[in-house]
Design a protein around this ligand. Structure first.
Ligand SMILES: Nc1ncnc2c1ncn2[C@@H]1O[C@H](COP(=O)(O)OP(=O)(O)O)[C@@H](O)[C@H]1O
Ligand SMILES: [Mg+2]
Length: 255
C-alpha cells in the first residue's frame, strides 16, 4: 500500500503577465513506512509540491493518490476533509494555539470534528507522553522550549492517524541539540511504521531520511535511497548531542 502516489503531476500558476509552471510533471510513490526528504534550490517547486501533498491546493493536471483517495479530482470541501483528517502537518513555526494547554492543543483536530469523548482524550494524553511531554500536559506553549513546542505539534499531527506526517522545515527554527531530539523522535515514529515526508534544505537533516527526492525547475532531478549504515552513523552522531538519550544509548552499548 502506498501512503501516496503521484503521476505526472503539474501545477501552473496563471498570472496576468505570465504562467508559471511550478511543477512540470513529477512522478513518484511513497510506500507506507517510508521516510522521504524533499530537497531542491529555491524556486524548484518544493512548497508547491508540499501544498499539493497536504491538500492545500489542487494540481493543474496529473494524479495524486493519498491511500485510496484520488485527491486530484476532489472538490474543495472534500479536500478540506482529507486535509483535516488524514494529513499530519508539522510546520517550522509549530502553529500552536497559545491559550490552550499542551493536551488541548493535541486535541484540536478532534475538537473540530466534534469527536472528543473519553477515548479520544485518553489518546491525546497518551500521545503527549509518547513525545515526552507526559509531565507537561497543562503547560501552555509559552512555558515550553521550542523543541517541546515542536513535540506538541508532532503529537497533534498524529492524532488522526494520518496517511503521513508532512513536515515543512520542521527543525528550521531549532538549535542542533533540539534538532537532534526531534529527528530522534521522527526515527522512532518511522520505526513504528509512520510515514514521513519532509521538506528541508539541510543536508544533515536529509541524510537522516530513508530517501532523498530532489526537485529542479519543477522536475524531479533525482530520487536516491540513503545508505542504511550512513543513516545509522548520522543518527549516532546526533544522539551524542542529546545528553540523556546519548547516555542511555551508551549504557546499552556497554551492557
Ligand atoms: N502562488 C503563486 N503564484 C505564482 N507563482 C508562484 C506561486 N507560488 C509559487 N510560485 C512560483 O512557482 C515556482 C516554484 O515555487 P515554490 O514551489 O515556492 O518553490 P520552492 O519552495 O522550491 O522555493 C517559483 O517560480 C515561484 O515563483
Ligand atoms: Mg518554498
Amino acid at each position: 500500500m502506498h501512503a501516496c502516489s503521484i503521476r505526472n503531476l503539474t501545477k501552473e500558476y496563471v498570472l496576468k503577465s505570465e504562467t508559471v509552471r511550478a511543477l512540470r510533471g513529477v512522478s513518484f510513490d511513497v510506500p507506507e513506512g517510508d521516510y522521504v526528504a524533499i530537497m531542491g534550490p529555491s524556486g524548484s517547486g518544493k512548497s508547491t509540491l508540499l501544498n499539493l501533498l497536504g491538500c492545500l491546493d489542487q494540481p493543474s493536471s496529473g494524479e495524486l493518490l493519498l491511500g485510496d483517495d484520488n485527491v486530484a479530482t476532489m472538490s474543495d470541501d472534500q479536500l478540506a476533509e482529507i486535509r483535516s483528517r488524514r494529513i499530519g502537518f508539522v510546520f517550522q513555526s509549530y502553529n500552536l494555539i497559545q491559550q490552550l494547554t499542551v493536551v488541548e492543543n493535541i486535541q484540536v483536530p478532534l475538537y473540530y470534528q466534534g469527536k472528543l469523548g473519553a477515548k479520544e482524550r485518553k489518546r491525546c494524553t497518551d500521545l503527549a507522553a509518547r513525545v515526552g511531554l507526559g509531565n507537561r500536559l497543562t503547560h501552555r506553549p509559552m512555558q515550553l522550549s521550542g523543541g517541546q513546542q515542536q513535540r506538541v505539534a508532532i503529537a497533534r499531527s498524529l492524532v488522526n492517524d494520518p496517511y503521513f506526517i508532512l513536515a515543512d522545515e520542521a527543525t528550521g527554527n531549532l538549535d542542533s541539540k533540539t534538532t537532534a531530539e526531534i529527528l530522534a523522535l521522527f526515527d522512532q515514529l518511522n520505526n513504528e511504521g509512520r510515514t514521513i515526508i519532509m521538506v528541508t534544505h539541510e543536508d544533515e537533516v536529509a541524510q537522516r531520511a530513508k530517501r532523498v527526492v530532489r526537485l529542479r525547475d519543477g522536475l524531479l532531478q533525482s530520487d536516491v535511497t540513503n545508505d542504511a549504515e550512513e543513516r545509522q552513523r548520522a543518527a549516532a552522531r546526533a544522539l551524542e548531542l542529546i545528553p540523556t538519550e546519548g547516555a542511555e544509548a551508551q549504557e546499552k552499548v556497554e551492557a
